[in-house]
Design a protein around this ligand. Sequence first.
Ligand code: ZN
Length: 205
Amino acid sequence: MIIEQPPRLFRAFFPCTTWRIKKEKEKTVYLTFDDGPIPEVTEWVLDTLDRYNVKATFFCVGDNVRKHPDIFKKVLERGHNVGNHTYNHLRSWGTSAKRYCENVEKANQLIHSPLFRPPHGIIRPTTIFYLKKRYKIVMWDVVTRDYNKDLSPDDIFNKVKQYTRNGSIIVFHDSLKARKNIEGALQKSIEWLLNEGYSFKKIEY
Ligand SMILES: [Zn+2]
């Protein structure tokens, strides 16, 4: 499916971005969590990851970091990496590169990370041109679509099973929209990945 695993041609439209990290010889996956930090979901995700000693990467919305600095701090203290997901979960299309980059910069004042992931899965080429000078732009190899209310936790778990391969960057969301699905699918997904022999790594700065 095009949404769950973007095809090569689609990826080619976004040069200088990372979709999958293939250099590892041992089977490796990179769990990522977008849209937090929020108390209702992020803390639960942190506890779940701790239970399996799994490290991940959290792409944070700047405004959420402003509202919940204590939770943002916990993400770092528990050994995870963080990335920038704009200050207002801004859509690249319809936003000038200048305004978009200013919004990213505003988030960076709080997040201080060289990693960036565009919200809504798209980013204008002109915006990439400016952002790539300062940020490593991280896309994804597997989108679980946990935010979709028409899908069940089992659907999300099945997507992880179906699309994950060595080097996959997998997207979950620590958001209210995804809460039901992530609570039902994250633990199962981690256990399945461990059983399949995958190890978990953070996306490096
Ligand atoms: Zn997002």
